[in-house]
Design a protein around this ligand. Structure first.
Ligand SMILES: *[C@@H]1O[C@H](CO)[C@@H](O)[C@H](O)[C@H]1NC(C)=O
Ligand SMILES: *[C@@H]1O[C@H](CO)[C@@H](O)[C@H](O)[C@H]1NC(C)=O
Ligand SMILES: *[C@@H]1O[C@H](CO)[C@@H](O)[C@H](O)[C@H]1NC(C)=O
Ligand SMILES: *[C@@H]1O[C@H](CO)[C@@H](O)[C@H](O)[C@H]1NC(C)=O
Length: 435
């Protein structure tokens, strides 16, 4: 009897002791299983796939939460953040994430040959998961009765759904986010649904022509961004940003997109429609009639020409730390220049033009005398101006809390002390230069 008991004890230890240790952070592990679960041979080939574990909030007897792997390298985000995590924490659950076979670091034989890929099937994946869940219950969490909740997104949701269908006894509940559940050869409805959304966006934002091409899309993002930036800067005061945010926040519309669309409609009521598609957006810029207000009053075509041939200043969303998304790149502006002025304006030509300008005029590396550079500390254009230059009877002043050109108004008792000081400095310099 004693010997048998000892043997059981040893056997338990050898097969991976059920120690139920608490870790304070997410840890990565490997789980070895059969490459082909439907091969009954004793010496069937095996491979390892990865999984992660976070038991920081676990209380014995509580459930297991698995963030199901999809077609991506496993990552810890959703077992450390987000709604699934929050729920697990509230339930004092133990969180896991698995890596789907053939993705990330879980590629059998490190090989993606077609021959090897025959083991990449959802059926095999379900077996991987079933084995893993049994292992977690028996050997890791050490609670055969632990409830198991799966969460899956996209194709991960497909796996989670099928898992519940195939192994209802192993899986107690499944949360699918944007999961595809039906396999479909020709998923043509996707384009229709996206198309509907674009139609709706065209309508929501009162756009002249329905958005269709990639250039239309970029024009749309660019135009909305410009509209917001214009409204922020037009009134030259910090309050206007707050006003925009307030009207977006106070809108009765349900979604953020609808709120933004309402705001754009509210602020473009003088337009029959908004030229936020590529072709319409260029209409005025292509108009050579000098009587056209856009040219006459705003010089838009002219300015576009100078941008395309000498200065650039194209307002892309390529920078990382800005809030306008990343849809508007130089491709858009290269297309824009060529579409307005002709194909001779190649990207090379445009780049050459800008290089020539700076070679000729020094750009931000100035060696110049008697110049005063005044900029508003809130004016983005300060970035292509000069804000540090204190030599040769020259200076650079940044008036914080102001947008552009605040220094151009007459001295007034409304001026902040800083603005007042800047204005007096200007007077002083001018006097020095002329005397
Ligand atoms: C587009 O709008 C129509 C009617 O306003 C609505 O029924 C449909 O659900 C919307 N589609 C999308 C993708 O938002
Ligand atoms: C947005 O509106 C909500 C409710 O109307 C309000 O509680 C919240 O303070 C507002 N947020 C901001 C940043 O103004
Ligand atoms: C748009 O204007 C309407 C009517 O003045 C107003 O109720 C609504 O809040 C405004 N919405 C936005 C987002 O500015
Ligand atoms: C322009 O802005 C970029 C990004 O914030 C910054 O790295 C750079 O130093 C700025 N240059 C000047 C001259 O202000």
């Amino acid at each position: 009897m004693r010997q048998a008991a000892l043997f059981v004890l040893l056997a338990v230890n050898l097969s991976g002791a059920c120690t139920n240790l608490q870790d304070t952070q997410t840890t990565t592990h490997y789980f070895r299983t059969k490459l082909d679960h439907f091969d009954d041979a004793d010496n069937a080939a095996t491979f390892e796939f990865r999984y992660m574990s976070n038991d920081a909030h676990y209380k014995p007897g509580r459930p297991i939460f698995v963030y199901v792997g999809g077609p991506w390298p496993m990552y810890s985000y959703y077992i450390e953040n987000g709604h699934f995590y929050d729920i697990a924490v509230r339930e004092r659950g133990w969180l896991f994430a698995n890596e789907h076979r053939f993705y990330g670091d879980s590629i059998p034989n490190g090989d993606l040959s077609t021959d090897n890929l025959k083991f990449l099937t959802v059926e095999q994946t379900l077996e991987d998961l079933a084995e893993l869940i049994r292992h977690l219950k028996g050997k890791v969490v050490c609670d055969e009765n632990a409830k198991v909740i799966l969460m899956g997104a996209g194709y991960g949701g497909t796996v989670a759904t099928y898992m519940r269908k195939q192994y209802p006894e192993l899986v107690d509940g499944v949360w699918i986010s944007s999961g595809r559940v039906e396999a479909r050869l020709n998923f043509k409805a996707y384009a229709v649904l996206i198309g509907e959304m674009i139609l709706n966006i065209s309508e929501m934002f009162n756009i002249c022509k329905t958005l269709q091409t990639n250039l239309d899309e970029q024009t749309f993002f660019y135009s909305v961004k410009q509209k917001i930036q214009f409204e922020i800067l037009a009134h030259q005061n910090v309050q206007s940003t707050k006003l925009i945010c307030d009207s977006l926040n106070n809108s009765k519309e349900l979604t953020n997109l609808q709120r933004l669309a309402e705001w754009v409609r509210n602020n473009t009521q003088d337009q029959d429609c908004n030229p936020y598609d590529f072709e319409t957006s260029l209409k005025n810029l292509r108009d050579v009639d000098i009587g056209n207000d856009e040219n006459m009053l705003w010089g838009k075509r002219q300015l576009a020409y100078q941008s395309c041939t000498e200065f650039g200043w194209f307002l892309t969303t390529d920078a990382l730390d800005q809030p306008f998304g990343h849809r508007v790149d130089m491709e858009y502006f290269y297309n824009y220049c060529a579409a307005i002025f002709g194909g001779w304006l190649t990207p090379e030509e445009i780049n050459d033009g800008i290089r020539r300008t700076n070679e000729r005029f020094g750009g931000q590396n100035q060696d110049i005398t008697n110049v005063l550079f005044v900029n508003g500390g809130l004016d983005p254009m300060r970035n292509i101006s000069i804000t540090e230059y204190h030599e040769k009877e020259s200076d650079a002043i940044v008036v914080s809390e102001y947008f552009s050109s605040a220094d151009m108004g007459s001295i007034s008792d409304q001026d902040s002390p800083e603005l007042m000081k800047a204005k007096l400095r200007i007077e002083e310099y001018v006097q020095r230069w002329i005397n």
